[in-house]
Design a protein around this ligand. Structure first.
Ligand code: B16
Ligand code: MG
Length: 218
């Protein structure tokens, strides 16, 4: 098995499922504005930045607000979201992820985080993974959101790896597109029909078996 490969992990939908907490906070915000926000709508926000998420939500509700009002809503939504995040524990790490990180550590394979979330360091701290990543690139570090490759290219740089030797693990279409645009190998987690542009697709993180990893790294 070669060792010149590194991994870049997305956070929400790959390491933990914070989408359910985003949903509760966005739903309450939509309720307060007088329209219904469904789990189906929430799918549109996965991997999308906080600001763009609010724009999509307001488009769904056909609501127009001033920049000042939008800023207030972004702050209150995030405060509510953080109430859930602050209660997170290691129990919320998705299946096979801890084993996968243990395996990468044991084989001296470096890994970074590449997430759109500005709350990524706090979430990693809550689930006890903050100190395990060689580098963390999050929503505070990028000027262009996925599907722009910026987040993963910064990750590769911080890992001191060439993009073509990086394997991105992503659950969002925009994230897979960003990895492909960065000329990286991509592993999509979720629906194969939606994530068909990924190099590999796994239904869920439980699919990270040793056989699968060996195949990716061969
Ligand atoms: P925050 P990821 C993304 O995380 C989420 O999937 C997306 O729903 C969220 O809007 C975005 O982070 C920003 O999150 O409000 O915490 O800055 O999948 O890129 O790890
Ligand atoms: Mg994600």
């Amino acid at each position: 098995m070669k060792k010149e490969i590194a991994f870049i992990f997305d956070l929400d939908g790959v390491i933990v499922d914070t989408a359910k907490y985003h949903f509760l906070a966005w739903k309450n915000l939509a309720d307060s504005l007088g329209f219904v926000f469904t789990e189906e709508h929430n799918e549109l926000l996965k991997g999308v930045s906080r600001v763009r998420s609010l724009e999509i939500l307001l488009e769904i509700g056909k609501v127009t607000l001033s920049e000042e009002e939008k800023l207030k809503l972004l702050i209150s939504k995030n405060l509510e979201y953080l109430e859930f995040v602050n209660k997170m524990t290691a129990d919320e790490i998705l299946p096979s992820i801890t084993n996968l990180l243990d395996y990468l550590d044991a084989n001296n394979i470096k890994y970074a985080l590449g997430s759109a979330s500005k709350n990524a360091p706090l979430i990693l701290e809550k689930v006890g993974l903050l100190n395990r990543f060689t580098a963390i690139v999050d929503g505070n570090d990028v000027s262009k959101a996925k599907p722009d490759p910026e987040v993963f290219l910064i990750g590769a740089k911080k890992l001191n790896m060439k993009p073509e030797n990086c394997v991105v693990v992503e659950d969002a279409i925009a994230g897979v597109e960003a990895a492909n645009a960065a000329k990286m190998i991509s592993i999509g987690i979720g629906d194969a029909e939606l994530l068909g542009k990924a190099t590999y697709v796994l239904k869920d993180t439980a699919g990270f078996t040793m056989d699968f990893l060996k195949n990716v790294m061969k």
